[in-house]
Design a binder for this molecule. Sequence first.
Ligand SMILES: *Cc1c(COP(=O)(O)O)cnc(C)c1O
Length: 221
Amino acid sequence: MIIMVDNYREIKDHLPPTVRIVSISKTQPIKAIQELYDANIKVFGENRVQELVSKYEALPKDIQWHLVGQLQTNKVKFIAPFISLIHSVDSLKLLNEINLQALKYKRVIDCLLQFHIATEETKFGLDREEARSLLLSKEFARLKNVRIKGLMGMATFTDNYKLVRNEFRSLKSTFDDLKMEFFKNDEWFCELSMGMSGDFMIAAEEGSTLVRIGTAIFGNR
Ligand SMILES: *Cc1c(COP(=O)(O)O)cnc(C)c1O
């Protein structure tokens, strides 16, 4: 079990201090998360709402929980009281519902816009024009209980590292452009969530601030 803490520290040692690790604990047992928590590791990510809620209930309340998987609007209410960052916002409709639920709990919920950067059809997310039209909309301007902290993207699952690097580079460039156009003086728009177990070093080199690491910490799922 201690090996997970060693894995985490080894990854951390290889990353620049500007990059934070979100330990992706999906499918992992409570006691594995507790082990990392006991070593003062407190940022975890899950991709399923039900699993996230049951782990939240079972574990210490100062854990920062991130949601990294596709989120259905009818499930926002279950995570709204406690979620620390939602990485996977891909529509105004979803953002509206997050805003509504955040309001109920008198919170402002931090979100990232998820971009489609991979060549695979299946990975969902926005493109630059869709994101711009969302950010330009009157409806978005009325949402006071959500805060867009940055962007998230998943690269193509491939060993073609040149392709992966290009995808990350393009997301960073979109991030810079959107920052200029919409968030110029907003110091909170500063997060770029990219990089997983297989590609986090490339992501870090291309400007990631949050890497989402599962198997490289916990072992195979
Ligand atoms: C599972 C998952 C990860 C972590 O993947 P690993 O390859 O195990 O590091 C990162 N991001 C998302 C969105 C995931 O679903």
